[in-house]
Design a protein around this ligand. Structure first.
Ligand SMILES: NC(=O)c1ccc[n+]([C@@H]2O[C@H](COP(=O)([O-])OP(=O)(O)OC[C@H]3O[C@@H](n4cnc5c(N)ncnc54)[C@H](O)[C@@H]3O)[C@@H](O)[C@H]2O)c1
Length: 408
């Protein structure tokens, strides 16, 4: 297997680590991306994204001549598609956008020959692998002579290089033979289990995993609204309830962010709105939690304005979509700060994980604690958990939307 050449299409957070890992396992890998900067950077043995340990893998793979990046696909034996799968914005239920997947598929069609493997890793709606096969067939590829499969990625950003190897993988072929051939390929570089199924089940499996998280977070977020009305501390409540041996409630927050959990459940809802009622409601509950947070801050600003007689300054503590990272994509905290700014509020932000922001004035935590009239803690960054910091926040009447527990 290792004398095979692999062509990875899409060299982002998933494609580049996978390409570098396969190269370090002895495969000859060509990577393809439309982004010239990415291609140039990789060919210099460097990386254009932030991910621990990835730079060392890419440096040695490029130096050994086993990884080279191109702007266009190259002939290979194994093709792996790792391009984005966002949704179309607009009215009603967000619809999945698989244009990148289909365009990447068309771009390899001229190279695919009998016996080749074509694998989709992008998180995709059920039926996408089959749609790729239809696209290849239209382009003249003898699809009954190739092996096509879906193999979703489950890695956690920040731990990608470890999890790529250690996590269990699910492989679903369009035929049982394709499943086996692709399974054998993954077993050459994955130490976790490689579990076999069909393509549709594998596609649904990835969407199920992220919808499970979203539904469970929605339960916690819904509880937080009910508790706020009752004057109950939701985090204490959850701690107590979780002492039941069969209860494990997740933590509420300012909403749900990132480009996976907040996106993928819509792929299920869009395909079967009639049955996916809980999954849709969970998405709505989680989005609504962010709106509720904005409303709470506005109430606090109105109070501060009445008290001081001037325009209050709001400090949003945290902008990232989860604690202790610099990733702001689809972040509910950014959404909160954005919405307040758009409505004319005086907004500053504290985000210890970034140096600058093109929209928000960034303050140090100390400066925000000194100067802001309303403090809204949106992300549970470790810098906010210090006992003396929490004491100051508590004295200043900070609003805690992420459970930093101001009184401890
Ligand atoms: N990042 C994660 O943690 C993660 C985890 C699990 C699954 N996924 C899924 O993996 C897929 C890729 O995600 P990502 O985070 O790597 O995205 P990304 O945006 O980091 O990278 C995708 C790359 O594909 C390139 N691209 C787009 N169309 C192309 C084409 N036709 N030919 C060549 N290159 C093309 C883009 O320029 C970009 O560099 C998505 O479906 C995502 O949902 C991501």
């Amino acid at each position: 297997m290792k004398n095979k050449k692999v062509c990875v299409v899409g060299l982002g957070y998933i494609g580049l680590p996978t390409a570098a890992l396969m190269a370090s396992n002895g495969f000859n890998v060509v990577g393809v991306d439309l982004n010239e900067h990415a291609v140039e950077t990789i060919n210099q043995g460097r990386i254009h994204i932030v991910e621990p340990d990835l730079d060392a893998f890419v440096r040695s793979a490029v130096a050994a001549g086993r990884l080279k990046a191109f702007l266009k696909p190259q002939a290979a034996d194994i093709y792996m598609i790792c391009v984005p799968t966002p949704f179309h914005e607009g009215e009603g239920i967000p619809q999945p956008n698989i244009d990148y997947v289909l365009s990447a598929t068309r771009s390899i069609a001229g190279f695919v020959k009998p016996g080749d493997l074509v694998i989709l890793e992008s998180t995709s709606p059920v039926g996408t692998t089959q749609q790729m096969a239809d696209e290849l067939e239209k382009a003249g590829v003898e699809v009954d002579k190739i092996h096509m499969a879906y193999c979703p990625e489950r890695v956690l950003p920040g731990k990608i290089m470890t999890e790529l190897v250690e996590n269990d993988r699910v492989v679903g072929g369009l035929t049982p033979e394709a499943t086996q051939v692709v399974r054998d390929f993954y077993r050459t570089f994955v130490r976790g289990g490689v579990l076999e199924t069909d393509a549709k089940t594998a596609e649904m499996c990835k969407l199920t995993e992220n919808s499970f998280r979203d539904v469970n977070i929605a339960f916690a977020n819904e509880l937080s609204l009910i508790c706020a009305k009752e004057g109950i501390n939701v985090w204490n409540l959850i701690q107590l309830a979780n002492r039941h041996p069969r209860v494990n409630i997740l933590q509420p927050g300012a909403g749900v962010g990132g480009h996976c959990i907040a996106v993928d459940p819509w792929f299920i809802v869009a395909r079967d709105p009639e049955n996916a009622r809980l999954i849709r409601t969970a998405r709505e509950v989680n989005n609504n939690k962010t709106t509720w947070v904005i409303d709470q801050i506005k109430i606090a600003v109105a109070d501060a304005s009445a008290r001081t007689g001037r325009k209050p300054k709001v400090a949003c503590l945290g902008l990232a979509f989860k604690p202790d990272i610099d990733d702001l994509r689809e972040s509910p905290a950014v959404h909160v700060a954005d919405a307040l700014l758009a409505q004319g509020y005086d907004v500053v932000a504290v985000e210890p994980n970034i140096q600058s922001h093109d929209k928000f004035d960034l303050l140090t935590l100390e400066a925000a604690l000194e100067t802001a009239d309303v403090l809204a803690v949106l992300v549970k960054h470790r810098q906010f958990l210090d006992v003396s910091v929490k004491k100051k926040m508590s004295d200043r009447g900070a609003l805690d939307f992420c459970g930093i527990d101001l009184n401890r």
